[in-house]
Design a protein around this ligand. Structure first.
Ligand SMILES: Cc1cc2nc3c(=O)[nH]c(=O)nc-3n(C[C@H](O)[C@H](O)[C@H](O)COP(=O)(O)OP(=O)(O)OC[C@H]3O[C@@H](n4cnc5c(N)ncnc54)[C@H](O)[C@@H]3O)c2cc1C
Length: 402
């Protein structure tokens, strides 16, 4: 038997995009959130490097150009401008919520650098920035009386009536069917890495929102724009590929071939570095190349990359003493469900936010540390648009009644 539920807003996905949408909606709206598995199993928890911010107005042109150049100038200019302009407020809000970004001795934010950034502008918390942001957002959402979270409950379809989305269908772990009716639906189901054999993503992320959108003739965009991350720890074991953050290269780690020679500028955009590594692997007939931390001071390795250091040790490599084997793996999806500047899809009352959406910010190739920011900026815009439409509807309704 199908159980019917009624809410003001239903959000599929509990990564940063879904959580920030819920937090940005007024607290008198009844919200239901779904998570396909447990709450920790989302890519937001895995983000290592950090989150970009506009350092000051003088940085705008450089940040804009870095994002556009990395994206091969296929980015939607309006989206890039919106994201950069909103970045400072987002970081200020995260700090107010309790996110512990690294600071300098004078209390100002410390910035790190990643590939294709012309200057350091990335806020970070050790090498577990995503976990720090996501657990902070989650703790705030879990305190809200108006939000209910159902774990192990997967969206299987949307409910469409007269070309309008009126909710979603879902299934729980024990096979119970749900129909969740809501005036507004937000799809925040993350990336597509689960469809690949080698990916840094959780395997449960299988592009469900994209499949459902396609079945309902909701527009998709750039479904072939998939980012391969150049430096994942090489392993013959099955399972998720472990990422070695680009900020390691930003702090001086270098890529070497089997002769111990550098063959690429490590700070070029990801797609360029990936291509160079794959070519070198082919040339050498090798299954991997190497990343050496010999030029990164031990104090920085221990303070900034403790998680990477201990994970490599578990795999049998002491990166303070030897280069580690690395190989490219699927990492990020620039395409997705087409959305406008307010994260609205081509179907009325259906929104998409985070990695599953395509607002064009990243163009053909994402600039490092732009995706957490993009997810938060456009999640907030979705919440604001939902509320504006609701308020307009309610005032029109009241005017018609009186
Ligand atoms: C290893 C790694 C390192 C990264 N490092 C960085 C970084 O340093 N900086 C940066 O900006 N970005 C980084 N990224 C990218 C960034 O983490 C993601 O793009 C971002 O977190 C995506 O957030 P999201 O909310 O869209 O998706 P996710 O956080 O992946 O959340 C998806 C949610 O959707 C749910 N879901 C999926 N399908 C369904 C369904 N059918 N029904 C219900 N729920 C569903 C999942 O359970 C989950 O709760 C990294 C990614 C990885 C994998």
């Amino acid at each position: 038997m199908t159980r019917k539920l009624y809410y003001d807003v239903v959000i599929a996905g509990c990564g940063v995009a879904g959580l920030y949408t819920a937090l940005s909606l007024p607290h008198d709206r009844k919200i239901l959130m779904l998570s396909k598995e447990d709450l920790a199993s989302c890519d937001s928890m895995l983000a290592q490097g950090g989150i970009c911010v506009l350092r000051d107005e003088n940085d705008f042109d450089a940040y804009f150009e870095d994002t556009m150049r990395a994206g091969h100038y296929e980015n939607r200019v309006e989206s890039v401008e919106i994201m950069i302009h909103a970045s400072r407020d987002i970081i200020t809000h995260l700090l107010a919520l309790g996110v512990r970004f690294e600071k300098n001795e004078d209390g100002s934010l410390a910035y790190t650098r990643e590939g294709a950034h012309s200057k350091p502008r990335i806020c970070f918390h050790k090498d577990i920035t995503g976990e720090e942001i996501t657990t902070t957002l989650l703790s705030h959402v879990q305190k809200l009386d108006n939000v209910t979270i159902l774990e192990y409950t997967a969206m299987t379809d949307i409910i469409e009536e007269n070309d309008t989305c009126v909710g979603i269908k879902a299934v729980s772990k024990d096979g119970k069917q749900l129909e969740i009716y809501a005036p507004d639906t937000v799809m925040a189901t993350g990336g597509i890495g689960g469809l690949y054999r080698h990916s840094t993503n959780f395997s449960l992320l299988t592009g469900d929102a994209c499949r459902i959108a396609k079945e309902h003739h909701v527009a998709l965009e750039h479904m072939d724009y998939v980012q391969i991350h150049p430096t994942c720890l090489y392993s013959t074991k099955p399972g998720r590929s472990f990422l070695i953050s680009e900020s390691a290269r930003g702090e001086g780690a270098v890529i070497l071939n089997h002769k111990g020679e550098r063959f690429v500028d490590e700070l070029l955009p990801r797609d360029v570095v990936t291509e160079a590594i794959l070519k070198e692997m082919e040339k050498e007939g090798a299954a991997h190349e190497f990343l050496s931390f010999e030029h990164v001071p031990e104090t920085i390795v221990r303070a900034h990359f403790p998680n990477i250091y201990s994970r490599c040790l578990e795999e049998g490599y002491d990166l303070l003493k030897e280069p580690i084997p690395i190989v490219p793996a699927q990492h990020y999806f620039m395409g997705g469900v087409h959305v406008d500047r307010d994260s609205q899809t081509t179907m009325a009352h259906l929104y998409a936010v985070g990695e599953t959406s395509c607002n064009g910010v990243h163009g053909k190739n994402r600039l490092a540390s732009n995706s957490l920011l993009e997810s938060l900026v456009f999640a907030k815009r979705a919440a604001e648009k939902i509320m504006k439409e609701r308020t307009d509807y309610e005032s029109n309704y009241n005017a018609a009644c009186c």
